[in-house]
Design a protein around this ligand. Structure first.
Ligand code: FES
Length: 317
């Protein structure tokens, strides 16, 4: 409870805004300067290739590896021989490698945060960078033969890691960073009419409601595409976005989702968007449930029912 009060005080601490401005500006400039390679690296660190945020996946390895280090260090201190010492070194090195990736991915995600999660994230980042450096120093001490000092430094770092992990949990649990913001469990249960086909212009994203679910609707050529209207990253309004190469680009931080499948083409989003099936009946566009994530039927606009039946048998698209 006292610890949580301290975390809440951190979130309210306005003096943290200035260093946060500086660090965020530095991260953004670094990615801009790296150009296309920077974009590819950012996508890898967001986890767009994984369909899941990369940061929590890699931090699991960090915590696991350094927990193993503590166990092997304890056995080593009890005089269980050199095997424990070697295992401690290997798990420590594994943790340092994973922590370096975790720091990079954390900073990459954090650059899009504002106000309270940005303050908590700043402290979390500083703690994790410090822990990684301390564990590096611990490894150096061990290699120089000062194992007892190395073990002590790792033990201290591990304690700080536990506290910092709590801050990471706060970022996810309270501020919903790294959480899918789209209403994933809400899809229309059956096809429902949403608007007249003749009123949907070409290449102009529109927001409609289908059975209470906010939906993005886009006509391109003879196809009408539908997907959840809320960005999976931080909840941006996709109907206010722009169309780029068959994808919708979120107006907030630039994530792009493939209109046919909902797949993330460009981060910072990592979770795909839920696409929905479309068809036209009696001049009305109808939106309905998908066959599964990324498997949506988009019948040609104006198709007769027999044509539509053929489209159902054809691959999505
Ligand atoms: S809300 Fe961040 S990219 Fe959409």
């Amino acid at each position: 409870m006292i610890f949580q009060q301290g975390v809440d005080a951190l979130a309210r601490a306005e003096p943290l805004d200035r260093p946060a401005d500086g660090l965020q500006g530095w991260v953004r400039r670094a990615y801009r300067a790296a150009g296309r390679a920077g974009g590819r690296l950012a996508n890898a660190l967001y986890g767009t290739w994984l369909g899941h945020p990369f940061h929590p996946a890699i931090t699991d390895i960090v915590v696991g590896a350094w927990t193993a280090t503590e166990v092997f260090d304890a056995l080593d201190a009890l005089g269980e021989g050199s095997v424990s010492a070697r295992c401690a070194d290997v798990s420590l090195l594994t943790g340092i490698g994973a922590a370096s990736l975790a720091v990079l991915s954390g900073l990459t995600d954090w650059q899009h945060t504002v106000v309270r999660p940005r303050r908590v994230g700043l402290v979390h980042a500083i703690a994790n960078i410090s822990i990684t450096l301390l564990q590096g120093a611990s490894l150096a001490l061990r290699l120089l033969g000062a194992r007892r000092a190395g073990r002590a430094l790792s033990g201290f770092s591990y304690g700080v890691l536990i506290a910092s992990s709590y801050l990471g949990g706060e970022m996810v649990g309270k501020y919903r960073i790294g959480v899918n913001r789209a209403p994933v469990d809400q899809v229309p249960q059956q096809f429902v009419p949403v608007m007249a086909e003749r009123d949907l212009p070409e290449n102009q994203p529109l927001r409609v409601e289908a059975g209470g679910v906010p939906v993005l609707l886009v006509r391109q050529g003879d196809r009408i595409y539908a997907m959840h209207a809320i960005c999976t990253h931080l909840g941006g309004p996709l109907p206010q976005g722009t169309l780029v190469d068959g994808a919708i680009q979120c107006p907030w931080h630039g994530s792009r989702f493939d209109l046919r499948t909902g797949r993330v083409v460009q981060g910072p989003a990592s979770f795909p968007e839920q696409c929905l099936a479309t068809r036209v009946r009696e001049g009305q566009i109808e939106v309905g449930p998908p066959a599964g994530l990324g498997r949506c039927r988009h019948e040609p606009a104006g198709a007769t029912v027999p044509e539509a039946a053929q489209a159902v048998a054809a691959p999505a698209g």
